[in-house]
Design a protein around this ligand. Structure first.
Ligand SMILES: Nc1nc2c(c(=O)[nH]1)N[C@@H](CN(C=O)c1ccc(C(=O)N[C@@H](CCC(=O)O)C(=O)O)cc1)CN2
Ligand SMILES: NCC(=O)N[C@@H]1O[C@H](COP(=O)([O-])[O-])[C@@H](O)[C@H]1O
Length: 224
């Protein structure tokens, strides 16, 4: 019997992908796994309600509210130091936890990690994967759907196609090794909200499929 794969989810918003992961762990599509907790960096994230509905421990940990960066700070060096301290403290929180994860899934986590987070996590063999609503190398960062839609309306979107991907997380944002991608064609006359609805429905499938692949890898490496 494979050891249970411990999953930590990180989110900043609605949490519909977090809900997809909860459902898939529950019905075994993500095998032999357990979501040990949720970390959010926005207090109003509806993902926290979803965690409560499923008795999943959640924690709010924010760069400013938790005292790492004064709200009015504008000095670039102090801002960098604040992010470094936050990153280091977040990594320590995760590594010191008695429910240390095997896998971290970024499901709409809207904060860019620096090496002070990534290095200690990676050093312990913990994998981090991220869901992004664009194809590899296209529309890195935030508002990816909106930017692709703008290009489509301007007749500049290659083959009228955008897409989604799940990738491993490295310091360079959205440039880690791709695990799964899915192309999504934008339809003539389609409104942005309609496109978003189709993209989110596809994301809920892809994040589960990708997490299941990585979990199976983790199980395989644990059994060696
Ligand atoms: N080092 C990495 N960190 C993160 C990655 C990554 O690939 N490498 N993926 C992101 C998720 N993401 C896109 O997929 C993403 C999220 C947020 C941002 C961003 O610009 N964040 C700003 C704050 C924006 C806001 O609060 O609205 C910031 O961190 O200053 C870019 C890309 C997760 N982290
Ligand atoms: N750059 C990262 C990014 O844009 N992530 C996006 O945030 C949304 C979270 O939705 P959810 O809160 O309903 O899961 C998803 O569309 C995800 O691709």
């Amino acid at each position: 019997m494979a050891e249970t794969c411990r999953i930590l989810v990180m989110a900043s918003g609605n949490g519909s992908n977090f809900q997809a992961l909860i459902d898939a762990v529950g019905d075994g599509r993500i095998p032999q796994s357990r979501i040990m907790g949720l970390i959010v960096n926005r207090g109003k994230a509806y993902a926290t309600k979803r965690a409560e509905q499923h008795a999943i421990h959640w924690e709010y940990f924010n760069l400013i509210s938790n005292g790492f960066q004064p709200k009015t700070e504008r000095d670039p060096e102090k801002l960098r130091e604040a992010r470094n301290s936050y990153d280091a403290a977040l990594a320590k929180k995760i590594l010191d936890s008695d429910t240390r994860p095997d896998l971290i899934v970024l499901a709409g986590w809207m904060y860019i990690f620096g090496s002070r987070f990534l290095n200690p996590i990676s050093a312990q063999g913990i994998k981090i994967i991220n869901l992004h609503p664009a194809l590899p190398g296209k529309y890195d960062g935030t508002n990816a759907i909106e930017r692709a839609f703008e290009d489509f309306e301007a007749g500049k979107l290659e083959n009228n196609k955008t897409g989604i991907m799940v990738h491993y997380v490295i310091e360079q944002v959205d440039r880690g090794e791709t695990i799964l991608t899915r192309e999504i064609e934008i339809h003539q006359g389609e409104a942005l909200d309609q496109l978003k609805e189709r993209i989110h429905a596809n994301e809920h499938q892809l994040i589960v499929e990708a997490a299941a692949l990585v979990v199976k890898d983790i199980h395989a490496s644990k059994s060696q």
